[in-house]
Design a protein around this ligand. Sequence first.
Ligand SMILES: *[C@@H]1O[C@H](CO)[C@@H](O)[C@H](O)[C@H]1NC(C)=O
Ligand SMILES: *[C@@H]1O[C@H](CO)[C@@H](O)[C@H](O)[C@H]1NC(C)=O
Ligand SMILES: *[C@@H]1O[C@H](CO)[C@@H](O)[C@H](O)[C@H]1NC(C)=O
Ligand SMILES: *[C@@H]1O[C@H](CO)[C@@H](O)[C@H](O)[C@H]1NC(C)=O
Ligand SMILES: *[C@@H]1O[C@H](CO)[C@@H](O)[C@H](O)[C@H]1NC(C)=O
Length: 603
Amino acid sequence: MNAMNNLIIYILSVALAFFIAPTLSLSLSNDPCARIAKKGVSHLYDDVKTCYLSTPFNVSVAKRTLQTLNDLFKDLYVFTDQSKEPVKEGFDFTPLDILSVLDTFLDKKSYSTDFEFNKDLRFTVKKLRDGHTDFQAGCYLNDIVFDQQIYLYSVVKDGKQIIKVFDDTIDGKNVDCEVTQINSKPALQAIKEFAQTQLSSSRDLGVRFNDALASVKEIAIATTSNQFSVRTDLPESDSITYTLECPNRRPFQFVRKWNITTVDRFLEWQDMKTFQSYCFSEFFLSYIPTQKKAVNSPPFTYGKAKQVYNALAANAYTLGEDIGIVEIGTFSFRRVHDSLAFEYQGAFQELAKRKVKKVVIDLSNNPGGSINFAVFLSGLIVPSKHFAFPTDLRVPPTIQQVIRNESRPESDGGFYNASSWNSFETGKPFENAEQFIGNRSLTRGGTTDEYSALFIDQLPDLLLEILKDQRKSPIQFPWDKDSTIILTNGHCASACALVSRYFAEIGQYPTVAVGGFLEQPLSFSTFPGGEVIDNGILTELPAYKPFISNVALDFTIREAYSLKNPNEVLDFQFRPATHRLYYDEKNSRDISLLWEQAADLLK
Ligand SMILES: *[C@@H]1O[C@H](CO)[C@@H](O)[C@H](O)[C@H]1NC(C)=O
Ligand SMILES: *[C@@H]1O[C@H](CO)[C@@H](O)[C@H](O)[C@H]1NC(C)=O
Ligand SMILES: *[C@@H]1O[C@H](CO)[C@@H](O)[C@H](O)[C@H]1NC(C)=O
Ligand SMILES: *[C@@H]1O[C@H](CO)[C@@H](O)[C@H](O)[C@H]1NC(C)=O
Ligand SMILES: *[C@@H]1O[C@H](CO)[C@@H](O)[C@H](O)[C@H]1NC(C)=O
């Protein structure tokens, strides 16, 4: 739309507003969608629910959604077959034949609202428990946020695991009281059930449990932590009932209503009519959660730790003379520049200069991001012939055609351009489409499908240079598997999972995972994948039809294999941490205590 059109629309709407002002206020009083479109105020739960349920089910749109999902799962999702296999001990999910579920989806239930249909579909896809794979209907997920304003955590005390209040922005007196019941269930069980049924960030339930609760540093990153208390999915009811036990007070019960607000950005809808067309528009914009600071909780601190290196990609700290910590919170940056890789080298070099004897690499809550940075960090710290896990993707006949097409020099290229990937075997770019396509038929979950040749990413020249320079640098990293430990809260995801799994598998580094369930093994990483992509890839694939409504699918397109056990797919290997730690009231607010505990695990 050009500026002139905008201007005309503006003039029109001013004129309209003038004429319909009286009816507007009338419609606000009986249009729940208009009420919840208002920013800066709290909404009624019933208004959100009524608005969401107002969009009628449209069977032709639904069929198209199912068709596109079927295409993506049939030919692109890399775990479609493997998801049908029996579940390895340590994981919590059930084998799922996603294609047959999608096939019979509309036979099982008749829908009257668009919301119910999309919600069922969303929770079906969640059953894969693949953190990279998420189906979202934008109009029911991305504009309205539900906040309990009470944030929970779990501590182990006298050999017993309990749920406590980490922070409460409404009533500070509740902080650190024990939560004994949630909605008339024992609190621990209620959180566990929530993690079991509502979350899909890991196949390991212990990691999902951590994600449901407040995390060490930021209390409300909706995508990684605090998911019980801060939601974008419509909750089942307007409130949650808690029973609390506080020191010197009698146990008491209270009902906490959701504080429901509208995100502070331009909305594509203003009332019920525009809300409904928004649901059926192809516009999709995902919700980007904002972090929250604890308000009434004792402040988070780095305690005795001294910061000695401060950069965007990595921080370094020392604890006394002997312990060094490198903290890497993300591989995802607003603007990724290769030169950020110097900062990983800088953080470790700083600790080397200070001659620390032990190193804790803290990767807690790292959501992943750039695969190049993860691979680079792997090779920087644990040099070896192969410092990237081999990966592959699905190559059914339609995708083979695309590979041949995109690999032609005169084409526009794209994700499937063969020469943009390195063969795992030769370490060099594939010479042609056929090399990339390869000849690997694999049978998983009773189905045989074609997978590409094994390949790895092409590291940018700058990263390769830094790696080379480090080998010749006067400042070498003197630590090994007896003096380095990887610390996470289980949520070291995607690219972070790739690097931590590499440190553990090739470097033989010990790992320690904090949180989870008492005396149960806990993964130190989650959903390594390969690579996540979204349905936008369909623009490169003329054989498939895109979605026609406001929905999206993120999914794993590439899978990574173990280097040591080349037939094992990393996502489906249960890899618990060598050591366990638990949160308590102190180490969850003073991270230096946790780092000290982790370092103590090294002899
Ligand atoms: C359902 O959606 C299609 C495609 O957007 C549209 O053409 C049709 O009119 C809709 N049907 C109903 C009953 O609204
Ligand atoms: C509800 O949440 C909003 C946004 O976080 C906040 O500004 C507001 O104060 C909260 N309302 C109440 C009643 O606490
Ligand atoms: C091959 O590429 C051309 C343009 O480069 C495109 O028009 C065509 O649809 C592509 N075919 C396939 C199967 O990708
Ligand atoms: C494919 O990738 C290579 C390496 O990145 C690049 O040089 C080439 O131009 C790409 N081919 C096309 C057709 O875009
Ligand atoms: C593909 O592999 C199969 C079995 O490994 C072999 O029989 C066949 O000849 C191979 N095809 C090509 C084109 O290399």
